[in-house]
Design a protein. Structure first.
Length: 159
């Protein structure tokens, strides 16, 4: 599959480490919650923070490596945000299936609601597209700053 002139595998390879780290943080957060740690402890493991680190890193690296521009950053943001949404949805579905609350099904992380199916729908219909666009807008600001402050350097060439 090609998106904006690049194969999907190139995008995945570009952010591979974060596509491992983001779900790892989320699963560790889930494990803490399921082991009985309070949500106030589990919340310190934040996929959102990891996604933002990944977005900023990717925004700078998109320009400095010559990987692409804003449209390539959009795909990267969708992949990064999507990796966190999958873990969140899994956590909520696990809670529904086992009738065991966890950090992902807690009303404090669902805008006060205890409707877990509505929470899943919100992640799919709002969290995935809107989260990706918000990440892309923030990342675009970093990409614009990087373009202004740093000359483009293609990997494998000398500066």
């Amino acid at each position: 599959m090609t998106i904006f002139g690049k194969p999907l595998r190139d995008y995945v390879a570009f952010v591979k480490i974060f596509l491992i780290l983001i779900p790892a943080v989320g699963l560790l957060r889930l494990a803490l919650s399921l082991s009985g740690a309070p949500n106030t402890t589990a919340r310190w493991l934040s996929m959102t923070v990891m996604v933002w680190i990944a977005v900023i890193y990717s925004a700078v690296r998109v320009h400095t490596t010559g990987f692409g521009s804003y449209k390539q950053l959009l795909v990267l943001c969708f992949l990064l945000n999507g990796s966190s949404q999958i873990v969140s949805i899994f956590g909520i579905l696990l809670s529904i299936a086992t009738q065991t609350p966890n950090v992902y099904s807690s009303p404090e992380f669902a805008f006060g609601s205890d409707n877990n199916w509505g929470h899943v729908a919100a992640h799919v219909l709002i969290g995935t597209p809107v989260g990706s666009l918000v990440g892309w807008l923030g990342g675009s600001a970093f990409l614009a700053a990087t373009r202004k402050l740093s000359p483009r350097r293609i990997v494998g060439t000398r500066a």
